[in-house]
Design a protein around this ligand. Structure first.
Ligand code: CP
Length: 310
């Protein structure tokens, strides 16, 4: 087994290109496994993993759980809403109580940016970040770039536009890091108010016109407006946003070339993308979800080598 350069997955920023290639090659093997009639391997029979979700999730939570089951790990699931967090228990106390039950690895989604890194510094266990605030969502970026590689043959040299609410999107930041490490050209597109001020430091192109962004790109990754993270109003109305930034048949007809379409989900149908385009032959939305299981199996398997057995 080739080793990753890190013993946690806190963000794509911490990975190098070789790490990403090891993860992709390992995911290729696991994708083959999960397409067999018997989808399970005994690889992690002696490993116990806790999934800590302090924020809602469908895809990431279920995909991690399925990945762990496919690897034969023992798992426990924690949802903040039905836990003693509601009685005032802190994050670190929650984690330490779970770890004292002889848990080997924590997968955590948390609304605060930096929560996964904080836990990695305060505990002696392997941490996988399943999304922290507006910071990073590394497994999403890995499954997105893996899906581009699978569809187009490679990521290097591809032109990828991230379109929508860049400011509040952990998917956008992780995708920018992953795409650039793999040699893609990256553009962000959205209303000026939803493009963060630090964007120029990341070496990406910035465009406020959707038609121009679509003419430029090979792949469009459509991001939803994160209404739950907006402290002030960043655009006049959802109707106006939709008019300027919705991916629909009309605008795709204008650019007259096929584009590969990604969306991390959940999709707000009729806002950032129409149902017709989300469900079209050029959309990889469900392929992304399928690939999420293989990518998460690969990450868990590779990081299991860093479990402290003492
Ligand atoms: N893409 C994603 O993170 O979806 P969930 O919030 O449903 O996990």
């Amino acid at each position: 087994m080739k080793d990753l350069s890190t013993s946690h997955l806190l963000g794509i920023k911490d990975l190098n290109q070789n790490d990403i290639e090891i993860i992709f090659n390992t995911a290729d093997s696991f994708k083959e496994v999960i397409n067999r009639p018997i989808k399970k391997v005994p690889t992690l029979r002696d490993v116990t993993i806790a999934n800590l979700f302090f924020e809602n999730s469908t895809r990431t939570k279920l995909s991690f759980e399925l990945a762990q089951k496919r690897l034969s790990a023992d798992i426990i699931n924690f949802s903040a809403g039905s836990s003693s967090v509601k009685k005032g228990e802190t994050l670190i106390d929650t984690a330490n109580n779970i770890l004292s039950m002889k848990v080997d690895m924590l997968v955590m989604r948390h609304p605060n940016s930096g929560a996964a890194k904080f836990l990695s510094e305060k505990t002696n266990t392997v941490i996988i970040n399943a999304g922290d605030g507006t910071h990073e969502h590394p497994t999403q970026a890995l499954l997105d770039t893996y899906s581009i590689r699978e569809k187009l043959g490679n990521v290097e040299g591809r032109k990828v536009a991230l379109i929508g609410d860049i400011k509040h999107s952990r998917v956008a930041l992780s995708n920018i890091f992953a795409l650039k490490k793999l040699g893609a050209q990256v553009m962000v597109c959205g209303p000026t108010t939803l493009i963060p001020k630090y964007i120029n430091e990341l070496g990406v192109l910035v465009e406020n016109n959707l038609e121009k962004a679509l003419k430029w790109c090979d792949v469009a990754n459509m991001l939803r407006i994160q209404l739950e993270r907006q402290d002030i109003q960043y655009f006049p109305s959802l109707r106006e946003y939709t008019y300027q930034f919705q991916l629909n048949r009309e605008i795709l007809n204008k650019i007259q070339k096929p584009i590969t379409i990604l969306h991390p989900g959940p999709v707000n149908r009729g806002i950032e993308i129409t149902s017709e385009i989300a469900d079209s032959e050029h959309s990889l939305i469900l392929n992304q979800v399928e690939n999420g299981v293989a990518i998460r199996m690969a990450i868990i398997y590779l990081l299991a080598g860093s479990i402290n057995r003492s």
